[in-house]
Ligand binder design. Structure first.
Ligand code: M6R
Length: 610
């Protein structure tokens, strides 16, 4: 969370930085700020979005170096003073920060005793003052001062710093929060995310934890905190501008929902051979034997990725006959860890930067488990730290509400489960061939659903102002119910709960009355009869049934006030279809309610703090 951008070169720095901040705004949008140096340090910042910051900047400003920040508040409410950049006491140093300085209180007390005065409630201001304190008292080498100060910090940081005494350099450092360098011709950028640099260069260097870089307009040096010089690999960025722009859609989420046929095709490309009934997953081929021998699989993830993890649990258990536990990464890292040698952990993350998922991964690796990643963002921390993995290739997902990443993750987990089942001999040739053929048809079936998305307008309009929603599903429909409820609550602020349908009568049924919309996910599978009984139970209490059914499920259609059908497919693949109308329903409702769909309140796309 929080977006960081920096620039040094011959362009107007504010233009590049504002441009980059707009691309990073999905990482946090509580406040925005910029520091520019042009003979003196100039800072503009304040509560609100990047567009507001832009209006504060003099467009003729010629500064060629600067840093910018878009904030997701951790310490201190979102207001002007708490906005980044923060400055040192001499106001010669400006700093932007992503992460949490856990020992900021003790550091602050020491600095106050030395005469530093603090204006904000942030942990970040401590860092700005600490670096200057070290610089003025312990060393006259500024880079060294940053290293010494950072060595005293407990917690996480991605920082970018400019200093009036060094007008030709930016300093950046990373521990636990992503940062990369964009290498241009006669210019350099730094950013917390590649989308901010993609317009200017496709050459990037990813910083690793404990590294610091000194960046001038045509050179950069990377060191570790002991000041050893490091040689870093330069990566080519495969990111087109088209992918990170709205392309005529009002919201990124809308674009991303409609990109799903292509995203799933991209995910399947080169991996499926329908003729021979085989699957190729280059990223895990060397460890497939180890996965097949695993005593158990543990899946760790957060949010939507955790929901796809539950789909994964059902897939691996039913096809590969292996016991699976799905854990919230945030819980896993603080409980007695029983994960160790012989176990396999699958971590799922769109961004590849989620702090809790990264911590769970590191803990599992330390304990000797094999860790496999299912990640979207190429080159992200999780992708780089896992032992092996499979990218979902969904392309950049910018809307805070995850859509195409979910279907991409489920697609990859399906491929992995079939592959593993084939390796272990737990799936018949016929079943594998059927699933593989059906998978190849999923993009077309998703397109069919999207083509009739306007069929959801009426139900969306009718229920846009409902205060609560209940989502019910069984078997593969259960994680879809969870995901449908999350989508609705995060972008429309309507309270929604997802439940296994049978659990309803153990509590939530008390909520049902004539005001309660109940969304049921009903296939034509072995649980359909049970689902029908659950629907009857809701109707008996005057609940309003909205059903997502497989084509031909007339029984459920006839029991529903509204029904939307999806094409028939294999049970195991049904989440890839049933989730689509739920994404559209929540999108429509959020738009009707006038919500900021891409930047819902209090949220940020990538949660890089605990
Ligand atoms: O980047 P990740 O997949 O690790 O992110 C996990 C969650 O933060 C994310 O899925 C979040 O729940 C989304 N806002 C859901 O739409």
């Amino acid at each position: 969370m929080c977006g960081i951008v920096g620039y040094i070169g011959d362009r107007k720095a504010h233009e590049v930085i504002i441009n980059g901040l707009k691309r990073l705004e999905y990482r946090g949008y509580d406040s925005a700020g910029i520091a520019l140096y042009n003979g003196s340090l100039e800072i503009k910042k304040g509560k609100g979005k990047v567009a507001k910051l832009q209006s504060l900047i003099d467009s003729s400003d010629e500064a060629k170096i600067g840093i910018g920040h878009t904030r997701w508040a951790t310490h201190g409410e979102p207001n002007d003073i708490n906005s980044h950049p923060h400055t040192s006491s001499s106001e010669k140093l400006a700093l932007v920060h992503n992460g949490i300085i856990e020992n900021y209180n003790s550091l602050k007390k020491v600095l106050e005793s030395k005469g530093h005065v603090f204006y904000s409630q942030t942990d970040t201001e401590v860092l700005a003052k600490l670096i200057e304190d070290v610089y003025s008292k312990n060393t006259d080498d500024f880079k060294r001062a940053v290293q010494i100060a950072l060595a005293q910090v407990e917690g996480t940081y991605g920082v970018a710093i400019i200093h009036a005494d060094y007008p030709d350099q930016l300093i950046v450092a990373r521990k636990g929060s992503p940062l990369l360098l964009g290498i241009g011709k006669g210019e350099m950028l730094i950013a917390s995310d590649a989308s901010a640099v993609a317009e200017y260069t496709d050459q990037v260097v990813y910083l690793d934890d404990g590294e610091i870089a000194v960046i001038k307009k045509d050179e950069y040096q990377v060191h570790n905190l002991n000041d050893d010089s490091l040689t870093k690999e330069v990566h080519e960025l495969a990111l087109s501008l088209e992918e990170i722009e709205k392309g005529g859609y009002e919201f990124f989420m809308h674009k991303e929902i409609f990109e799903q046929p292509k995203a799933i095709s991209d995910c399947l490309r080169g991996r499926l051979d329908v003729e021979s009934g085989t699957i190729t997953l280059g990223g895990i081929k060397d460890v497939l034997g180890k996965i097949a021998d695993a005593k158990r699989l543990v899946i760790a993830a957060c949010g939507t990725s955790w929901h796809s993890g539950i789909v994964g649990e059902y897939l691996f258990e039913s096809l590969a006959k292996v016991s699976v536990e799905v854990e919230y990464a945030s819980e896993l890292r603080y409980k007695e860890s029983l994960i160790g040698e012989g176990d396999v952990m699958i971590v799922i993350s769109q961004s590849g930067e989620t702090a809790d998922t990264l911590a769970a991964l590191r803990q599992a690796k330390e304990n000797g488990a094999l860790v496999i990643g299912v990640v979207n963002v190429v080159g992200s921390s999780i992708a780089r730290e896992t032992d092996a993995g499979v990218y979902i290739h969904a392309g950049p997902e910018i809307g805070v509400a995850s859509t195409k990443a979910f279907t991409g993750q489920v697609t990859v987990l399906t491929l992995m489960a079939i592959k593993l089942a084939q390796e272990k001999g737990t799936i018949s040739k016929e079943k594998a061939s059927k699933l593989i053929k059906e998978l190849s048809e999923i993009p077309g079936k998703v397109q069919k659903i999207l083509d009739k998305s306007s069929d959801l307008d009426e139900v969306s309009n009718l229920f846009s102002y409902a205060p609560n929603f209940l989502y019910l599903g069984r078997s593969f429909g259960f994680p879809v119910a969870l995901e449908g409820a999350l989508k609705l609550k995060e972008i429309s602020y309507i309270h929604a709960e997802g439940y296994p349908a049978a659990e309803m009568k153990h509590g939530p049924i008390a909520l049902i009355d004539e005001m309660m919309p109940v969304v049921v996910i009903a296939g034509t599978n072995h649980t359909n009869d049970k689902m029908v009984s659950n629907i009857e139970e809701v109707k008996a209490r005057k609940g309003r049934i909205i059903s997502i059914v497989t084509e031909g499920n007339e029984e459920v259609e006839n029991l529903s006030e509204f029904s939307f059908s999806v094409p028939e497919t294999e049970d195991e693949l049904s989440p890839l279809l049933t989730v689509i109308p739920l994404q559209i329903l929540s999108y429509n409702i959020a738009v009707n309610r006038g919500c900021d769909v891409d930047q819902p309140r209090n949220l940020a796309k990538s949660v890089t703090v605990e």
